[in-house]
Design a protein around this ligand. Structure first.
Ligand code: PLP
Length: 368
């Protein structure tokens, strides 16, 4: 039986093999393995791609969030507002700095932070908001930025899942005071290892992050702050430069495949992704809502179709955040979606024929 993975990284590699190998060779021959010319060039290319002035490559998407918040001075006693329906890293970094994550429920259609509920959580300790463009769809940035401006808060877009998507015709990454990307292999722009980046128009902030990523030193061996060892690897940067040239094309292919799924699943009981107005969705994950979710996933597995739950436990219900005291039912949309949603296979190389096979399997599950 045919096995269909959730994502097929090797299929993508096969389309760019020669270019990637030659980029890797160039780095090896050049002999500059840490913060060399490819990191610098990728920073310039990503900044231009997002329409911002500065980009700083770091070790991974988690550190991108961490260093940005650290550079902004977030620390003990501070509160940072974010969504509970995201990967743990979004809140983890807040805790690592000794600050407290404050969770706001999600919009049940887009799965992004429900901006109408943000104001109620703002108090004198609130310092920042981290909207997450979850699954590749931009959060409602106009309203997030308006609320933040009114209360003088720092806006950090967690764009780990959304590089290349647009809000009101402008790239995400250029809406907040800063934004972060992850180049984890499964992300839409993924390396062959870890990597991350912060983008911003704030020169001062970019400068601080550059210092933080090299142990807080400037110049080398002169330390003004305690920093990190968090650099984007030169080899990964060289690989990512090749892949960046294909990003728009791959994102477009994902959109086409997502719309084929939408069409094929429209008369079934599952709820297909909703894309709000004025946004482009890059479908980092194709998320559907289903009744009898776990049985459906098991049924698909038997047909060779891999699926995944993103995310089974909303962050306010994670053991580590018990101390924050969120009761069951306190963020009902996130809790409901954690039980209802899951991802179907989606990647640029996925064949239309396979999408038909998967959609047929979903239909046959409900037809019994
Ligand atoms: C992947 C991801 C991160 C973390 O990125 P890493 O590169 O794995 O550290 C942070 N936030 C979100 C929403 C993510 O999807």
């Amino acid at each position: 039986m045919k096995q269909i993975p959730l994502i097929d990284l090797k299929a993508q590699y096969e389309t760019i093999r020669d270019e990637v190998r030659s980029a890797i060779d160039d780095v090896l021959e050049n002999g500059r393995y840490i913060l060399g010319p490819d990191v610098k060039a990728l920073e310039e290319e990503i900044a231009a791609f997002c329409g911002v002035k500065y980009a700083v490559g770091v070790a991974n998407g988690t550190d991108a969030l961490l260093l940005a918040l650290d550079a902004k001075g977030i620390g003990p006693g501070d509160e940072v507002i974010t969504t509970p329906f995201t990967f743990f890293a979004t809140a983890e970094v807040v805790s690592q700095l000794g600050a407290t994550p404050v969770f706001v429920d999600i919009d049940p259609k887009t799965y992004n932070i429900d901006v109408s509920q943000i104001k109620a959580k703002i108090n004198e300790k609130t310092k920042a908001i981290i909207p997450v463009h979850i699954f590749g769809q931009p959060a409602n940035m106009d309203e997030v930025v308006a609320i933040a401006n009114e209360h003088d808060l720092f806006v950090l877009e967690d764009a780990a899942q959304a590089i290349g998507s647009e809000y009101k015709g402008r790239k995400i990454g250029s809406w907040g005071h800063a934004a972060t990307f992850s180049f984890f292999p499964t992300k839409n722009l993924g390396g062959y290892g870890d990597g991350g980046m912060v983008v911003t128009n704030d020169e001062e902030l970019a400068k601080k992050i550059r210092i933080l990523r090299v142990h807080g030193s400037n110049p080398k061996y002169y330390h003004s702050v305690v920093g990190y060892n968090s650099r984007l690897d030169e080899l990964q940067a060289a690989i990512l430069r090749v892949k960046l040239r294909y990003l728009n094309q791959w994102n477009e292919a994902r959109r086409q495949k997502a719309s084929l799924y939408d069409e094929l699943l429209k008369d079934t009981p599952v709820v297909t992704p909703y894309c709000a107005e004025n946004r482009s969705h890059i479908y980092h994950l194709y998320i559907i809502q289903a009744t009898e979710r776990d049985d459906l996933m098991k049924y698909l597995k038997e047909k060779g179709i891999s699926t995944g739950v993103y995310y089974p436990v909303p962050l306010h219900q994670q053991d580590v955040y018990n101390y924050l005291g969120y009761e069951e039912g306190s963020l009902p949309n996130a809790e409901y979606m954690a039980k209802r949603t899951f991802a179907l296979p989606l990647y640029a190389e996925l064949e239309d024929e396979t999408i038909h096979y998967i959609a047929d399997a979903v239909k046959s599950f409900y037809q019994g």
